[in-house]
Design a protein around this ligand. Structure first.
Ligand SMILES: [Zn+2]
Length: 135
């Protein structure tokens, strides 16, 4: 199994790395609107009920450290007040909300699913030539 950070970051299917996980690239009103299956290779994005509970834990781990460390740095290194540090943490949380929410689901799916090179359609260039030029 080879983990692809690029595929995880761009919300692509972990199996074929071509199909999109989410229906719209930026939808703030319904940020977790995912396809039921991969449009390219038909991988089930919801393999069992409560599957994305693990993504919740990933999201919590990432966001808590991402907010705590800058706040502590500002308070103890640059003598900010706690209220100023809280405002900074809220601002960072607001800016990164969608990326953390979607990225944790994508990361969890990539950690649990295997990459299958044969599921890719665009890599299959030899058979494409067989059909178009050599027949
Ligand atoms: Zn796929």
């Amino acid at each position: 199994m080879k983990f692809s950070f690029k595929s995880m970051w761009n919300y692509k299917c972990p199996k074929c790395r071509e199909g999109d996980l989410y229906k719209k690239p930026f939808d703030i009103s319904n940020p977790l609107d995912m396809h039921a299956k991969c449009p390219n290779c038909s991988l089930d994005y919801h393999p069992e009920p409560g599957f994305y509970f693990g993504a919740l834990i990933i999201s919590y781990g990432i966001s808590s450290w991402m907010l705590l460390l800058p706040a502590l740095l500002m308070v103890f290194k640059f003598d900010w007040s706690v209220n100023q540090a809280m405002l900074l943490a809220i601002a960072i949380a607001g800016i990164t909300y969608l990326k953390i929410l979607r990225g944790s689901r994508s990361l969890y799916l990539h950690l649990t699913m295997r990459y299958d090179k044969s599921a890719r359609k665009s890599d299959n260039s030899a058979s494409k030539y067989d059909k178009t030029i050599f027949k």
